[in-house]
Design a protein around this ligand. Structure first.
Ligand code: IMP
Ligand code: MG
Length: 408
């Protein structure tokens, strides 16, 4: 015996597209009418649910249930209604929805039955059409797919009441003649085999992602916006990791730059600069005067005096100040550094030698006022003396030249 062939005939996406196309045509054809859609139970229920939701026109719905008697797949041609519709179709447009037209017996029976009830029109929409197997001439007005012989299940269509839940349509070829008959539950071995086979096909098909061309939905699940974003982030992280591994200097520079504008980055990196290391002593100079004092040996001395104020918030010591003389070309023509706390009275300035004067002014501890500890806001006088200078001094400046921080 030839083995049974079981495979997916139409995927969810293919069915979805077809249903949408059918709905579009039907909506156009029944524009402005009063449509009643009648589903043939049970096979058409999934198809009907999808189709009516794709219509762009309004409709009423109802159901019939039919049974054909006669054994095996070869129907006796006798069809009977086991459930009738509950709404009147008189003067209305009737559209019968059926899963499959096979021999054509069921639908020709149903169409004839409804015609007797004086509707405005009766048409048929079948999802599948097995044209080759007709026993009576019958043409559906709307057909989803025309298929060859072969037994199909899924998307509402059953084999012995099973498989209706499958979202795809599967084909099972080379079925035995009894394919349309009900198998008693105690003799279900064949059916169980079939069930296992179909589940296996589903697993193969949809377990492996992106394998088949027409399972776009599966692929799109794999590439959902969130996942795509996550993939990009991971890829960027990996690439930057590799990049920084090879060019560590660039990473260091990037950190430095970032920490300029985002201070907490240093905290995270543990490279936060400690305040005291970079907190230089700050000193302001005030009451600055320049005058000339006559010295017996050296002639005129240029004397700069003033007061240094500790404007840091910690004590400092050894404050130095620098005096500079500039010529007309902004070149430094003379420079003297003095320690604060040293000064000379005019009598001393009048007779001391240059060496003696500079020695007096360069005592780090301050010979007149202590330069050992100047508290915040504390003040200390200073004096800078130039004993000689080039003829054209254009500008004299005095600046803070340094101090030591005292740690408590
Ligand atoms: P017919 O057109 O009167 O032969 O009957 C069509 C009905 O037979 C459909 O409504 C189905 O219920 C059933 N049928 C025909 N072919 C298949 C099939 O391949 N799978 C499941 N049911 C089928
Ligand atoms: Mg049916």
């Amino acid at each position: 015996m030839e083995p049974m062939k079981r495979e997916i005939l139409f995927t969810k996406e293919v069915i979805e597209k077809k249903v949408w196309e059918l709905a579009e045509t039907i909506s156009r054809d029944y524009q402005g009418g009063e449509l009643i859609v009648i589903g043939v139970l049970k096979g058409a229920f999934v198809f009907m649910a999808d189709l009516i939701r794709s219509l762009s026109i309004s409709c009423l719905i109802d159901f019939v249930k039919l049974a054909s008697y006669g054994a095996g797949s070869v129907s006796s041609g006798k069809v009977m209604m086991t459930k009738d519709i509950e709404i009147s179709i008189e003067g209305k447009d009737v559209l019968i929805l059926e899963d499959i037209v096979d021999t054509g017996l069921t639908l020709s029976f149903l169409v004839n039955l409804f015609r007797e009830r004086n509707p405005r029109s009766v048409k048929v929409c079948a999802l599948l059409d097995k044209r080759q197997r007709r026993e009576v001439p019958f043409e559906a007005d709307y057909v989803g797919f025309t298929i060859e012989d072969g037994f199909v299940v899924g998307y509402g269509i059953d084999f012995n009441e099973e498989f209706r839940y499958l979202p795809e349509i599967y084909i099972i070829e080379n079925m035995t003649e009894e394919r349309n008959t009900f198998i008693p539950f105690e003799e279900r071995e064949d059916l169980d085999d079939l069930q296992r086979d179909v589940e296996q096909i589903r697993d193969q098909k949809f377990g492996e992602e992106g394998e088949e061309g027409n399972n776009e939905k599966e692929t799109s699940r794999l590439w959902s916006p969130w996942k795509l974003t996550a993939y990009i982030v991971i890829a960027v992280l990996i690439l930057s990791g590799v990049f920084l591994w090879f060019f560590p200097g660039i990473g260091e520079q990037a950190w430095e730059r970032m920490s300029l504008s985002i201070p907490w980055i240093e905290k995270i990196r543990g490279t936060e600069r400690q305040g005291e290391i970079f907190d230089q002593p700050r000193v302001q100079l005030k009451d600055i005067k320049q005058r000339f004092v006559n010295n017996l040996l050296l002639g005129n001395l240029r004397v700069i005096e003033g007061t240094a104020v500790n404007s840091s918030d910690f004590p400092i010591a050894g404050i130095r100040v620098r005096g500079r003389l500039y010529d007309a070309y902004a070149m430094v023509a003379g420079e003297q550094v003095s320690y604060c706390g040293n000064y000379l009275i005019d009598e001393e300035l009048g007779f001391l030698t240059e060496d003696e004067i500079q020695r007096e002014l360069s005592n780090p501890r301050g010979s007149d006022v202590s330069n050992n500890r100047i508290t915040p806001h504390g003040q200390i006088p200073f004096m800078i003396v130039f004993c000689h200078w080039p003829g054209d001094v254009f500008k004299t400046t005095v600046t803070f030249a340094g101090a030591e921080r005292l740690l408590e």
